[in-house]
Design a protein around this ligand. Structure first.
Ligand SMILES: [Zn+2]
Ligand SMILES: [Zn+2]
Ligand SMILES: [Zn+2]
Ligand SMILES: [Zn+2]
Length: 392
């Protein structure tokens, strides 16, 4: 395959230090063909197409710049939302609008809902690829399992889509299940979250302790950097989930979205390599120990206390996790400086500070330092001293 198709032109000077071959993890993978130093750029990859993450569609958003705003309005011709004249008159909207008008008939004369728009955009963009790009798309692995066609029903509820496009859309869905990447970008909730199809990054297999980290540029180009020294022959791996999520959350997400149960070293280790990100406080209030899963790769595993050895059934653990989930759900995590002290106190009774919930909150908090008005470095110590029950 031609590397130049995949790679960002500005990065062409980088010497290729990887090859694609069969991986023990299934399918093909990317392997180091030369030693790769920690911190170095391994490759950069432009997406074949980018679209909103359908599972996050809630607010009205612009189909072109992804701004979430109630002032977005539906295009009269294709019913997709745009935020401004600029976006409405963009070449991209012209292409997508013409495609919809020529091929798909709107069932009603009303505006489409944001859920339909979130589903539809990436399909339109993939159907609009040129022949060479379509060939690249067809090289990607497809899901072997059957998938729920709820999203296709959603599309058909608003548009009359011709049979040949429906066939292609089904193939695209099976490709997206296996290959789509969450694009992380710092949009402060003002933009809708995105996913993308990266022809080259798609060959990266998963590990819960990856040897790379991904950075996305504003044009959504994905840069893959080595997060540690990588030896010749070592597989280059990425993490398909949030890296700080606890083992049950990562494994469930991987099963739900990528249809496999991970059994990497981190998933097999009850302490998650000593981090104790999954740990819960012992249910015995007098005990200072923490509960950890006995066999983390078994979803029905009992947990036990590392101090008093008390064994707790997976049903009980499930109940604690659901209380935790609803507690975290009530926190305004993007506004950490106003976190409810009462909720934090309840959380700290249920989980130790090593738990991923606290680690995540601490990281979010530290990312904000120096960037939030009134919280520039001067005066920040004063604010910190008021924040309980964090321990820094
Ligand atoms: Zn816009
Ligand atoms: Zn339009
Ligand atoms: Zn794992
Ligand atoms: Zn105990």
């Amino acid at each position: 395959m031609e590397a130049k198709i995949y790679e960002d032109k500005s990065e062409e000077t980088i010497t290729r230090n990887w090859i694609i071959k069969t991986s023990e993890l299934g399918g093909r993978g990317i392997f180091a063909s030369k030693p790769i130093k920690r911190g170095s750029l391994i490759f950069s990859n432009r997406p074949l197409a980018v679209g909103p993450r359908a599972d996050f569609a809630g607010k009205t958003f612009c189909s072109i710049c992804y701004d979430t705003s109630y002032s977005c309005y539906p295009c009269e011709k294709c019913a997709m939302f745009v935020c401004s004249e600029d976006c409405a008159n963009s070449q991209q909207h012209a292409n997508e609008c013409a495609f919809v008008v020529q091929n798909w008939k709107l069932k009603r004369n009303s505006e489409i809902n944001t859920k339909v728009q979130a589903e539809i955009l990436i399909y339109i963009r993939l159907l609009l690829l040129n022949e060479e790009q379509k060939q690249l798309l067809s090289l990607l692995q497809k899901s072997k399992n059957s998938f729920s066609a709820k999203n296709l029903d959603l599309l058909c509820s608003e548009y009359i889509i011709p049979e040949e496009h429906m066939k292609l859309i089904k193939i695209i869905t099976s490709i997206m299940i296996v290959n789509s990447f969450r694009i992380s970008w710092n949009a402060n909730g003002k933009k809708t979250p995105l996913r993308g199809i990266y022809p080259f990054s798609s060959f990266l297999n998963h590990n819960c302790v990856p040897n790379t980290r991904n950075v996305f540029k504003t044009d959504h180009t994905m840069l893959v950097y080595a997060s540690k020294d990588i030896e010749i022959g070592e597989e280059i791996l990425t993490c398909y989930t949030g890296i700080l999520w606890c083992t049950p959350a990562r494994r469930c997400q991987l099963y739900k979205t990528k249809q496999f149960w991970c059994s990497c070293e981190r998933c097999k280790d009850p302490t998650e390599l000593g981090t104790r990100l999954s740990a819960l406080n012992c249910l015995n209030r007098e005990c200072v120990g923490v509960l950890l899963p006995i066999t983390p790769t078994d979803p029905k595993t009992p947990w036990n206390c590392d101090n008093c050895n008390k064994i707790v059934s997976c049903q009980k653990i499930g109940a604690v996790l659901s209380v935790l989930g609803s507690l975290v759900g009530t926190l305004d995590v993007d506004n950490q400086f106003r976190l409810e002290t009462l909720i934090l106190e309840r959380l700290s009774r249920l989980v130790p500070y090593s738990n991923h919930i606290f680690v995540d909150l601490r990281l979010r908090l530290s990312f904000k330092i120096g960037f939030t008005e009134g919280l520039q470095l001067t005066g920040i110590l004063l604010k910190f001293s008021k924040l309980t029950p964090f321990q820094f």
